[in-house]
Design a protein around this ligand. Structure first.
Ligand SMILES: CCCCCCCCCCCCCCCCCC(=O)SCCNC(=O)CCNC(=O)[C@H](O)C(C)(C)COP(=O)(O)OP(=O)(O)OC[C@H]1O[C@@H](n2cnc3c(N)ncnc32)[C@H](O)[C@@H]1OP(=O)(O)O
Ligand SMILES: Cc1cc2nc3c(=O)[nH]c(=O)nc-3n(C[C@H](O)[C@H](O)[C@H](O)COP(=O)(O)OP(=O)(O)OC[C@H]3O[C@@H](n4cnc5c(N)ncnc54)[C@H](O)[C@@H]3O)c2cc1C
Length: 669
């Protein structure tokens, strides 16, 4: 099947209808030109010799892994050369490009080296001393060694204080002795650990003279650098097939009396001196900082997955024609069915809203990391709370949004070659890794409770929670104007009142004699609801600020488009949380009807720009890797071409006919 060189006329028409400059929107959504240029340059270099994704789909588990390693190595080699040209000594090309949606193209089943870049190298730099960085970190940055972040165990992932891996200090030899004493202490899940890495950072309970000193991070070699065989005392392997991310090579690790020098404990914060004196970290949560970084990254990465799925569904819905709206008219593009718009457009705007929130969150991470570098730890709780709530709501919204977008593509959405399967399994994994979502919401719930107490005692509140004080001071919600500020405030007001309710329930339970942990546990439902609303109110407020500020730096047409996107996001989000809002704010039927009218109006206003907005996300065809989502819209030809590549179509008659079907049909006669 040859793919036409021309663009599908429906898609070409859609692009002509755009009312804004796509390139200006692209720069806006990528937070400026510089990253965009870098991304495009990298795509040009990296995508020149990629294998066919359809062929990859039919490989065995082992071949898939080996093939991914080959692609990964090729890609990293190219990226390193590019980094040397763009900014010698820097690492931004590595880190930004290899872990974003582009990484998913190079390695559709995930990368066994993702955790090396995201966590291993960063933890060596940020948790080690400068000497340790020189000794281990530089080699990791140069990929002379490959590593991963080994924390989760078979028995514990969430409750870190329950981890069982031990590091006992031996004063005589100035070494730590590492052990995983039980089956449940086996390390389980770390990406790349299975068969790829030769080093890792192990998170273990430190013991000095059998006294527990809390969790610490240890640099450990697990495989010989030449032979790649496991070192003595180390039991290591792959945890087996998962529902997705087949090439991430998640692994297990058992340790029996493995000795490492004392200087292998990462000692930027806590320290063990040669005589066994333990010097505490100034703030124990600093050991959790590598996780905070990844939680922030996930918001950007998952909003990218969400936008990828939205682009595929939008382009396909512009090409797909079905079911006349009026009986005597031709079949319309399915995108003209209003219910189809309702399935797709809220996902487009949600992806944009999280993209903007993710950019803000990552800036906050950088500011906090700089402050931590100057021994100022005051912003850690605020960053922790925001990273937890945004990581949880973004991964949830993207996971279910991607599934809605797949469903919006009808039967063809179910084809592996449409690529929703990979995108979904990437997205949903992030609901669990780097902190299971409910657990993260409970962290936020705890901080909300504490903040509520601070507010009642007149203490200053952290900036992203200051609205609690404002809303709590209102006797009732101000007059409902329905404007954007009002909609943002409605979400904030609902979050505030949910926090109030949770706080009251918690206090009531304490007064009835429950212990604080029991009271916290039974208040968990209300606390997690408050935490979720807190995050959604932040995303809405941030979107509002992004659109209403700096207008003078953008063209009128882009401002107009952004206003429509904001309008849809706010109206849709308020409608989605209407049950919560109606509990605290009196709205008439007229108000509700007006919201529905606004939703339908803005859907219609956005309709001509949908394809152009998705073009503006700037996904290379190879990133989307979808027969339904290609820029040229030649959907049917691509579906057919992919089908032709099925291994079952490579011979006239499959072997099973002679072996099974023929004898079976004969015996049934
Ligand atoms: C895949 C590639 C595909 C191709 C490319 C595509 C691109 C993909 C990109 C993404 C790739 C990602 C790779 C995947 C990596 C996954 C790696 C992992 O999962 S690694 C494993 C991830 N594992 C997890 O995430 C485990 C989750 N569990 C945990 O984090 C902890 O056990 C806990 C937080 C739940 C509790 O901890 P506990 O010690 O029991 O604490 P308490 O509750 O008693 O609170 C005490 C105090 O501490 C405070 N505080 C807490 N945390 C922080 C913080 N971070 N900061 C500051 N403060 C914090 C808290 O507020 C409280 O304050 P206060 O009230 O005293 O004032
Ligand atoms: C694809 C993937 C990659 C991963 N990569 C890595 C890696 O590189 N390195 C690494 O160390 N780990 C990794 N992990 C492990 C991951 O971080 C953990 O699985 C995750 O933190 C969740 O912990 P858990 O599995 O113990 O879940 P559990 O805590 O057992 O969760 C089970 C259920 O219990 C509930 N629950 C648990 N505790 C509480 C609580 N306190 N209150 C209320 N409910 C609770 C949860 O909400 C959930 O519903 C990876 C996992 C996946 C899926």
């Amino acid at each position: 099947m040859t793919i036409p060189k021309t663009v599908n006329p429906d898609l070409a028409n859609e692009r002509k209808k755009a009312t804004f400059d796509v390139e200006e929107f692209t720069a806006f959504i990528h937070d400026g030109e510089s990253f965009l240029q870098l991304k495009r340059l990298a795509e040009e270099e990296l995508f020149s010799d990629l294998p066919d994704p359809v062929e990859l789909d039919y490989l065995s588990y082992e071949d898939y892994y080996n093939r991914t390693v080959e692609q990964c190595v090729n890609a990293i080699t190219k990226v390193r050369a590019m980094q040397e040209r763009v900014n010698p000594g820097g690492l931004e090309v590595y880190h930004t490009l290899m872990t974003g949606p582009m990484g998913t193209t190079l390695m559709p089943g995930g990368t066994p080296m993702g955790v090396h870049f995201l966590m291993f190298t960063r933890a060596l730099k940020n948790q080690g001393t400068p000497e340790q960085y020189e000794k281990f970190g530089r080699r990791a940055d140069n990929c002379e060694i490959l590593g991963t972040y080994v924390q989760t165990e078979l028995g514990h992932g969430t409750y870190l204080r329950g981890l069982e891996t031990r590091a006992d200090y031996d004063r005589q030899t100035d070494e730590f002795v590492l052990n995983t004493p039980k089956l449940t202490s086996y390390k389980w899940w770390p990406g790349g650990l299975g068969n790829t890495v030769n080093h890792c950072i192990v998170v273990a309970q430190l013991y000095i003279d059998d006294e527990p000193m809390g969790l610490q991070l240890f640099f450990l070699q697990v495989r010989d650098e030449q032979t790649h065989k496991a070192l003595p005392g180390i039991d290591i392997g792959d945890i087996g097939k998962k529902i997705g991310l087949q090439a991430v090579n998640n692994g297990y690790l058992g340790l029996t009396n493995v000795r490492i020098p004392r200087t292998n404990m990462l000692m930027k914060n806590a320290k063990v001196l040669p005589d066994g004196t333990f010097v505490k970290s100034p703030v124990s949560q600093l050991a959790y900082f590598p996780m905070v970084f990844v939680r922030c990254m996930i918001v950007l990465v998952n909003s990218g997955f969400h936008a990828m799925a939205a682009t595929i569904a939008t382009r396909y819905s512009a090409v797909r024609r079905q079911s006349p709206i009026k009986p005597d008219e031709p079949e319309p593009q399915v995108l003209d069915h209003v219910t189809q718009q309702m399935k797709i457009v809220p996902e487009i705007v949600t992806a944009i809203a999280y993209r903007l929130a993710g950019v803000k969150l990552n800036k906050m991470y950088e500011e906090t990391a700089s402050a931590v570098g100057l021994s100022d730890y005051s912003r850690l709780p605020e960053l922790h709370a925001l990273a937890c709530t945004l990581k949880a709501s973004c991964t949830y919204d993207s996971t279910f949004g991607i599934e809605r977008l797949r469903l919006a593509c009808g039967g063809h959405g179910y084809l592996a070659s449409a690529n929703f399967g990979n995108i979904f399994t990437w997205a949903t994994a992030a609901c669990t890794y780097e902190g299971e979502n409910s657990v993260l919401y409970l962290q936020v719930g705890k901080i909300l409770l504490k903040t509520w107490g601070d507010m009642l005692s007149g203490k200053p509140l952290m900036p992203t929670m200051a609205y609690l004080g404002v809303c709590a001071s209102w006797h009732e919600f101000p007059e409902w104007t329905g404007d954007w500020q009002c909609l943002v405030q409605a979400l904030q007001y609902a979050a505030t009142n949910k926090t109030l309710i949770a706080s009251k329930s918690y206090t009531r339970r304490l007064e009835s004699g429950l212990s604080p942990p029991d009271a916290f546990n039974v208040t968990g439902i209300e606390l997690t609801q408050a935490a979720e609303l807190h995050g959604r109110a932040f995303v809405a407020n941030n979107f509002f600020e992004e659109v209403t500020q700096n207008r003078e730096n953008r063209s009128a047409s882009l401002n107009n488009l952004l206003e429509q996107l904001l309008e849809l996001y706010l109206v849709h989000t308020v409608q989605r949380h209407m049950a919560d809002i109606l509990r605290f704010i009196h709205l008439t039927d007229e108000h509700l009807t007006s919201l529905q009218d606004r939703l339908e109006t803005v859907l219609a206003e956005l309709r001509p720009n949908l394809v152009a907005i998705c073009d503006g996300f700037d996904f290379h065809d190879k990133v989307l890797s979808s027969v339904l989502g290609c820029y040229d819209g030649n959907v049917y030809e691509r579906i057919f071409e992919a089908a032709k590549k099925s291994p079952l179509n490579q011979r006239d008659v499959p072997a099973s006919f002679a072996q099974h079907l023929k004898p079976f049909m004969r015996s049934s006669l």
